[in-house]
Design a protein around this ligand. Structure first.
Ligand SMILES: *Cc1c(COP(=O)(O)O)cnc(C)c1O
Length: 393
């Protein structure tokens, strides 16, 4: 079984590039050049240097002793929360800004929901001095004021998307419209392992630094490169794709994908795509998608903004269909409790997205000697208000 993208941009049944004809030249330019650019020696040197000096990599692999004792297994946390800007997203935006420069682009656009990807994009645009426009739903702009302020401080222009539900999907549509109108000078930085080919593969390769480091870090600590399990939360699927990448073809490594069940899988307020999704097309790729009988996209729900997405990246749809990955759905309540537990047991306040990945231990039992690596995708600072309200702190 092949878990990597094929030459046509597919992971099994999923992937491809389902785009309007007017977008074809932009996507084709990227598709024909991305691998050559990424694996050029100069590029690798600059990318790795920035990951080291600017992002703060390698991120530690931390043995969580008290958490391990509590759950009767060996839990290691991959500390992406310690990256500059507080999550894994910066790995991708650094990579893409370097690609944009080599494609000769002067203008960067991005979509954002909660604002995390917008901030990561505004950050790298400031770093290299490129113009940055971030599309964001009007409702999200109101809900996520601190991130809007961050983007502005970093020099980005935040443009409201006023159509539809005025959230992420509408911001994405606006970004695509902009790209169609500015094909020559603009690069579109997509924030997860989604979108038309080659985006899912490009984003996955940039994030694969996570599993590359896990391998040598485990070798250093335990004398072996492979854990028994790797675990990550899946929104669009970029931190998960990066965490799994170098283990996909290692059958002895179990892959666990954690998605948001929201108020419960069958409550109508959920984002559990592997359980509720059917084959469909969203944002330029064929994947598993939550939709009505007649193919209208269903509004997803999760307490965590980063997991509140009606699809998953095509790699994850393929991992679900082939059962290479085991999907576990975690409710808002269970995630919030797991976030509190990590804070109290290890002194680490996680992002609520990450809290979902930490909440699997009631549903999945591990052996005492199992080595379980969980991607700690982000820190909880941005979610403090949510935690305050939920726990009445
Ligand atoms: C954005 C985000 C996610 C979800 O995005 P993926 O592309 O699925 O990784 C998960 N965790 C954190 C901390 C995030 O900011």
């Amino acid at each position: 079984m092949n878990y990597h993208v094929d030459e046509k941009g597919y992971y099994g049944d999923f992937g491809g590039a389902y785009i309007p004809e007017m977008l074809y030249p932009n996507v084709e330019e990227l598709r024909s050049k991305y691998l050559e650019i990424m694996y050029e020696e100069e590029f690798q040197k600059e990318f790795n240097q920035l990951l080291k000096d600017y992002v703060g990599r390698p991120s530690p692999l931390y043995f969580a002793k008290r958490l391990s004792e509590k759950h009767g297994t060996q839990i290691y946390l991959k500390r992406e929360d310690l990256n500059h800007t507080g999550a894994h997203k910066i790995n991708n935006t650094i990579g893409q800004i370097l690609v944009a420069q080599r494609l000769g682009k002067h203008r960067i656009i991005a979509e954002t929901g909660a604002g995390q990807h917008g901030v990561a994009t505004a950050t790298v645009c400031a770093l290299v001095g490129l113009k940055c426009i971030v599309y964001m739903g009007e409702i999200d702009i109101k809900r996520q004021a601190p991130n809007v302020a961050r983007m502005k401080m970093l020099g980005a222009e935040v443009r409201p998307a006023m159509s539809g539900s005025k959230t992420l999907k509408d911001a994405t549509n606006e970004a695509i419209r902009d790209w169609i109108n500015n094909p020559v000078d603009t690069h579109y930085i997509i924030g997860s392992a989604i979108g038309p080919h080659p985006y899912p593969d490009m984003v996955t390769r940039f994030q694969s630094v996570i599993s590359e480091e896990i391998k040598w870090q485990l070798k250093e600590k335990l004398g072996k490169e492979n854990p028994d399990y790797v675990v990550a939360c899946v929104g669009g699927g970029s931190n998960a794709a990066g965490t799994y990448y170098h283990f996909l073809d290692e059958p002895e490594v179990g892959i666990i994908s954690v998605e948001a069940a929201g108020k419960g899988i069958n409550t109508g307020k959920s984002a559990a795509t592997s359980k509720l999704g059917r084959d469909g097309v969203i944002h330029g790729c064929k994947t598993l998608l939550m939709q009505t009988e007649d193919g209208q996209i269903t509004e997803p729900y999760s307490i965590s903004a980063g997991l509140d997405y009606p699809g998953v990246g095509p790699m994850h749809a393929h991992l679900a269909r082939t059962e290479r990955a085991e999907f576990i759905s975690v409710t808002d309540d269970d995630a919030m409790q797991a976030g509190l537990e990590l804070s109290k047991l290890e002194g680490i306040i996680p992002a609520i997205e990450t809290s979902h990945a930490l909440a699997i231990f009631d549903q999945k039992k591990f052996k005492k000697d199992d080595v379980v690596v969980i991607c700690l995708s982000g820190r909880g600072d941005k979610d403090l208000n949510n935690y305050i309200e939920y726990f009445d702190l």
